[in-house]
Ligand binder design. Structure first.
Ligand code: ATP
Ligand code: SF4
Ligand code: MG
Length: 339
């Protein structure tokens, strides 16, 4: 079916975050890097949305744009980011700052990014509740409860420690506890498990899932680990060279990928390779340079299904089923054949 509507139906869920036609460039001495191109993405309330894609596809740029934490050379050239119906890109800076740490929290790949190395966990966890009513001792009790729920052993003692007293996995637990302490409506997590070993990654994913359900927040979860996305997420957006090429429910995308890039990404996933092999498969070819304007489909130089039209026209979104959309001319061809 041709995707003519602005967005696919999302099983009647209320949308917490609606990103529409977002374009972002980075100014560099070599020219403008088009890091986000016409990105549209929905995050329904209470759901976990994964963002996957190869390195350099724009996952972190998208996450940081939502958070309003972009470097100085970034320039949002068009589009909107509606959070609870308000456009974050048009919001005055003080209003946006008060939203951060109150309605929206973030966890990073490196927990030290979020933690102050010279202050105890207690003082940082009390300060982060500055919007909340209550005495210091009530806030400390709240922090202790959260540390306990995040699986920190002996929280009564550990709350007085400094970040460097914790191991990497425990530090990430502290960051999750801190980020969720204010019960945000949205948690943005950029590769929160990438620096951890496989066992710790599983533990952190389970913890995130448990706390997300308990708090009822939405999560935007950036990861290159498809297994973690399958485990944690309700929906997934696949990014390639600054574009969201496919998005929809995790189950549909992982079982019935419609975009050739999604299929290639899944075929190269170490978790899905059945036969033992010495070398992991990779997608042939290279990610195109993001400098300058592009003609045709962004994936055409690496796509085994490319045909003439792919060189000239950038595909629009086509709907597959109820909630899944993908940008590929083959879907238009199939529509014409079945019509
Ligand atoms: P990874 O999986 O490696 O974390 P990513 O998908 O998060 O990759 P981004 O970090 O968002 O990718 O980068 C997207 C593109 O924007 C890349 O080409 C990157 O080189 C470029 N980029 C990111 N930050 C800047 C910057 N500050 N200035 C110029 N270019 C940048
Ligand atoms: Fe491949 Fe063409 Fe589809 Fe792009 S539009 S993914 S080049 S078949
Ligand atoms: Mg990144």
């Amino acid at each position: 079916m041709r995707h003519d509507d602005p967005r696919p139906p999302l099983s009647c869920s209320r949308l917490l975050l609606e990103i529409r036609d977002l374009n972002l460039d980075f100014g560099t001495p070599r020219g403008r890097v088009h890091a986000l191109r016409n990105v549209s993405l929905d995050v329904p309330a209470g759901q976990v949305v994964g963002i996957v894609g190869e390195s350099g596809s724009g996952k972190s740029t998208l996450a940081y744009t939502v958070m309003g934490l972009l470097p100085e050379n970034a320039d949002v050239t068009s589009g909107s980011i509606l959070f609870e119906g308000r456009n974050l890109l048009k919001m005055p800076a003080p209003a946006r700052r008060s939203l951060l740490g109150d309605r929206v929290s973030m966890i990073f790949q490196d927990p030290m990014t979020a933690l102050n190395p010279v202050r105890t966990i207690a003082s940082q966890m009390i300060d982060i509740q500055h919007h909340e009513q209550g005495s210091r001792s009530e806030k400390r009790a709240h922090a202790l409860d959260m540390l306990h729920r995040a699986g920190i052993p002996d929280p009564q003692i550990r709350i007085g420690a400094y970040p460097h007293h914790f191991s990497g996995g425990m530090r990430q637990r502290v960051c999750i506890a801190m980020a969720l302490l204010v019960k945000p409506a949205l948690l943005v997590a950029d590769e929160p498990t990438t620096a951890l070993d496989a066992t710790l990654e599983v533990q952190i994913i389970h913890l995130l899932k448990e706390l997300q359900k308990e708090i009822g927040c939405s999560v935007l979860f950036v990861s290159h680990h498809l297994g973690a996305v399958a485990e944690l997420c309700d929906r997934v957006a696949v990014m390639y060279a600054g574009e969201v090429v496919e998005q929809g429910p995790v189950r549909d995308i992982f079982h019935n990928p419609a975009h050739p890039y999604t299929r290639a990404l899944l075929e190269c996933d170490p978790g899905r390779i059945k036969k033992s092999t010495r070398t992991l498969p990779t997608i042939p070819g290279e990610v195109p340079s993001l400098l300058g304007s592009k003609e045709g489909c962004i994936f055409h130089s690496r796509c085994s299904q490319a045909f003439n039209r792919c060189m000239h026209d950038n595909p629009v979104e086509y709907r597959i089923g109820m909630d899944q959309v993908a940008r590929c001319h083959v879907l238009d061809k199939q529509r014409l054949v079945s019509a």
